[in-house]
Structures are given as C-alpha cells and as structure tokens.
Ligand binder design. Sequence first.
Ligand code: VG1
Ligand code: CO
Length: 631
Amino acid sequence: FKVSRVETNPIEGQKPGTSGLRKKDPGSCNVSNDIFHEPMDLVGKSVQATSLFGKFCSSNIQRPSADKVKGATIVVSGDGRYYSKTLFRVTIIIIKMAAANGVRRVWVGQNGLLSTPAVSAVIRERVGADGSKASGAFILTASHNPGGPHEDFGIKYNMENGGPAPEGITDKIYDNTKTIKEYFIGEDLPDVDISIVGLTSFGGPEGHFDVDVFDAADDYVKLMKSIFDFESIKKLLASPKFTFCYDALHGVAGAYANRIFVEELGAQESSLINCTPKEDFGGGHPDPNLTYAKELVIRMGLNKSKPQDNPPEFGAAADGDADRNMVLGKRFFVTPSDSVAIIAANAVQAIPYFSDGLKGVARSMPTSAALDVVAKHLKLKFFEVPTGWKFFGNLMDAGMCSVCGEESFGTGSDHIREKDGIWAVLAWLSILAFKNKGNLGGEKLVTVEDIVRQHWATFGRHYYTRYDYENVDAGAAKELMAHLIKLQSDISGVNKIIKGIHSDVSDVVQADEFEYKDPVDGSISKHQGIRYLFADGSRLFGDVYLFFHSHLMDLCGGLLLLLFVHLCLGFRLSGTGSEGATIRLYIEQYEKESSKIGRESQDALAPLVEVALKLSKMTEFTGRSAPTVIT
Ligand code: VG1
Ligand code: CO
C-alpha cells in the first residue's frame, strides 16, 4: 500500500473530557454541504467525520512519543456502536492511519468488539505469537451515552499500562488537534474483514503491516478465571435457591456474558437479557441505573407499578462499553458507593486474587465515604481522587491501591487499569458464594440485601443520592457554579442561609473546590468539583474524625485522626456529555445509629436535598424544577 498525505485544518472542540472524546451525530458536525443530494451528503459527511476523528487519531498517533509508534502494536476496537463499522467505519479508518504512520500491527477484537476492560486486559496480558505487546489502544465508544446515527460516537485513548491517557497526555493531544495541518492514511490498503478471526499481512513502504483479528473474549475470560474461584461461583449458580439475571443493555458486555455466565459458570441462557450487542443499543440508553435499565428493574421487582411474584436473587447490568455495573438484589438496590465498600470489606476472604491482602483502596471525590470507614477499620491506605478512572492508575502502578470505585456505577481493581463491569458482578457472586458456603442446601440463602444490611450494621450507613440535570444551558450552569464558589468565601453567611432553610441541618465546616495532588507524580488537578462538608453537631465531641484528603493522610503517616464528615454536598459539571451542560449534585449523609440505618434513602436525605437546591438556586439558574435522572 501507499501512504497518502492529506492536508487538513484544525477543528475546534476536540478536547477529551472525563473519559475520551465524544460527539453527537458526528456526521452532522460542521458539514456545510449536507444540503446536497444524499450521495453527496454522505461523501461530505464521511470526509468530515474522517477528519473530525482522524485529527484526534493522528494527534494520538503523532503524540509526543511518536518515536514509539514506528513498529508498535496498537489495539483498535470498541462497543460496536454506529460509526464504528457503519458509515464512517472508524475502525477501518484507524487501521489505515496506523499503517501509514508506521505502526507494525493492529490488534482488533472480532467484529471490532472489545469492552473497555477487555482492552485494558489485552494491552496488559496479550502476547503476540512473536512476543509482541500492545503499547496503546483506541477504544471506539461513548460509553454510557446512547448510540445510533443521531446519537453519540466517541474515542478513548489508552496507554501502555492499559489505563486511560492521563491529563498531561490528553492536553498534548488537544494541542495537536489545534495545530494539525496534515495526516497520513494508507488509502489504498484493502479493507480487512474484521468479522473473521485471523491474521492479514500487507507490504508497505516501511515493511510489513499486520491486522490481527482475535476472539474478543479469550484474554478477558482467562484473566477472570485467574482472579476468581469459578468453581465456587458455579456451585452458587447451580443452587435451586439462587436465581440470576444479567442485562447488557445491548452493549458490548453481551459479547462476554454468554461466555462467562452461561458457558463457564452454568447460568441459564434465559438469565441473560439484551445481551446481543447492537449499533444503537436497541434505541435505549446504555447506562446501568434504576432509570435506564428498565427491563432489569422490573424483573428485580423494583418497579413499584409492576410488582413481581418472585424476582431473581441477584441482578446486574452494564453500560455500552461494559466498564460500569449496577448490582441489585431481590427488590433491593445496592448503591455503587456501598458496593465498592462491601467488596473491599470482603475481598480478602472471598476473592483468591486478594488473598494476600489489599494494598490500599481509593474512591473518587463524589463517591460516598462508605469506603473510608472500611479503610479505617481494616487499617488500609486510602485515597480520594477526582472523578474519572485515569486517576486510579498511578496509584495502582505504584502498588498503593487494590480496589477502587466511583459513585457512577464504576468499580474495579488493579487486575487492569479500567473500571470493570463484569469483574464487579463476579466479585459480588464471589461474596455471595463465600457467605453461603455450606449453606447452599440450607433453609434460606444469605441474600444481597442481608449482606448490605449487615455491612451497615457494622460500619454505619452512608445515605447517598445523585441528581443530574442534563442538557442545561451551558452559560446557566457556569453561573450556578460561580455562585456556589462565591458563597464559599463566607462560611458563616452560608450557615445563616442554611439555618433559614432547615434549622436542624448542622453547620458547614469546610467549603472548597476539590483539588488533587497525585501522590505518585506530584501533578496537580484543580477545579475538580465544589464541596460543602458539614459537621453533625451532635457528634462533634468524642468522635474519631477522619478527613478525606489523601495528602492529610500522608501528613498523619497512617495515624487516622481527623473528622468524620457526616453530611456532604458536591457539585460538578459533567465531562462526558455532548450537548449543553450536565450539572451533577451529590448528596451524602452518614448514620451510625442502628435505629436510624433502615430508612428510605430519599426520605433520609430530604432536608439536605432541600438545602442543596436552595443554596445553589438550582431552579433559578437552570429553569428546571426536577432533575433529569436521580441515582
Ligand atoms: C462520568 C462519571 C465518572 C466516570 C465517567 C466515565 O463522568 O461521573 O465517574 O468516570 O463518566 O465513565 P462525568 O464527567 O460525566 O461526571 V464511562 O463508563 O462514560 O467511561
Ligand atoms: Co463506560
């Protein structure tokens, strides 16, 4: 094949967000000629989209370590959403760009499918026949955002350690997209049929170029089997008392669910729903929460208007690229913040991979402090990082963290450098198997709900909710944030306002914008969300206080003093949306007294919700009387 040099101009708006670059309906972005006939329109869109994502890709390929690109092995695959294989065929475009830039081989999951966690596993674990290892990956996904011709497309770029590119790199990529004048593509390179497993070799100007299509699940399944005790999970699933349901929401998790849950673990095929990956996720929103995972929520008996006689004991769902998870029990919702805490509390006993102990645990700032309490009890290193998985990677690479999680249905461990939806399900099944050891023939199984309630009884309960206001006017969202920051300069003024809203809500003791100093490389990330931390007046004395800054933990050298923040409010602007702005409001309240841990979460949090909405002037700024989604 020949290398073509294509002249191009920079396009605005190529800044990667919390997790990659995402665009709504990329075909319609900046297309000036789409008033023409359809074929013309398609060509116009196709060229436009090629350069739209092409700039991002070549900016990656020509990123600072361009010297590493020559002869490199890279991975290209994703959740199979529209535009990956259809219309712009981004998978093929990237293969051709890689060839032209001197990449030695491209690894592609069959049909262009690989979940985000599987990509991470492939980078870390897969070794080619000639000993080759991958040095990076393009993951074609917009994750939990809907897909289809008029929905989102996106690209995440992952590094040699299997984790998302850190901010230092994404900033450089963004700079490249602003100055780019040309890119290279092997235009006449024949298309490889990515539906067929096998190796195709080409001769290029700089020697051989290979495209290696492999089974999307093999490497990942092998890794899962090395982490969990599949035999004990199999016994659990075989128990007539245990029933199971998994919903892939038509995302890429479907490519793994049958193989792992049915073939390896013996679950019934009928326990898998929406497990055929679709380009448009069946028209749904592939976000595993109580609002969007409708079918699963009904099956699990959690939709009050559609009561079920006998829901399954365990249910779970994943997002488009299968890095998120929602875990449910029979008529019972497990908050993601509780989920990571419970996994951390039980990991050593229930999961062979952790039998030597945990190196440490970490959560993102808006995630509830349930994990902090476990860390304190188990005397584990603990870190609080900004939102987004890229911040956990450094801790893991430095051997400081084994288990981590986010409130946004993300849970994972240092087996890879991404959050991992199926891993989280296997972790829960392992805990259930462990708790029911010797009990599988007994009267009643220990259930998901039993495990969570037991956890609350031991560690206290963190009531938690998140309100999302999606597609809000971007200017209004900025004004709301500016208003909240301005308020922070006068805490006693804030406390006066709060007393006027709810006299029994305690005082704010600290208000700031969250800032993170990476303990490994010293890099600083500013403006990572606005926080209001309250002290529960009734507990000010005699309590052990835990302060959630990792640098303070460092200062204290493992001596856990400080403060249990009983109430906490957070505000952030989303970095994964593709339209307007999304405001996220995070609300948390800690309760240790056993008589008070069994309330409905929205009831328990009602006063604090009212304080948050009034303090932020949410309705005044956004014009919204209710959030788009509550999780
Ligand atoms: C959201 C979540 C964040 C998560 C990110 C990527 O980001 O809040 O916790 O890491 O999505 O998840 P934001 O900036 O919109 O709040 V995924 O599964 O979309 O890669
Ligand atoms: Co995702």
